[in-house]
Design a protein around this ligand. Sequence first.
Ligand code: SF4
Ligand code: SF4
Length: 82
Amino acid sequence: MNLRPSNVASHVAHTAAPEFLGSRMGAVSVSGSCTACGMCLVTCPTGALRPAAKRPIVIASRCTSCLACVEICPVDAISESR
Ligand code: SF4
Ligand code: SF4
């Protein structure tokens, strides 16, 4: 890894406890096409997706924008928030 200060800060931000990083972290959103299959819930490495009545809730402060959930969703219901 290139150890420029900006890269070090980014690395720390993506490995430190996400709950302390707030809005600096990324987030995704889940659309109404979700079928509640649960695959994203078990795929998310940081526990940023929580089960809810109709579709998973995104805990933005825990999301690192790894996009694993986007890749795994069989109906393309998850997209990266802007
Ligand atoms: S982008 Fe990664 S960290 Fe964020 S909710 Fe999806 S799987 Fe979890
Ligand atoms: S993987 Fe897609 S369809 Fe399944 S619960 Fe997650 S958002 Fe919904």
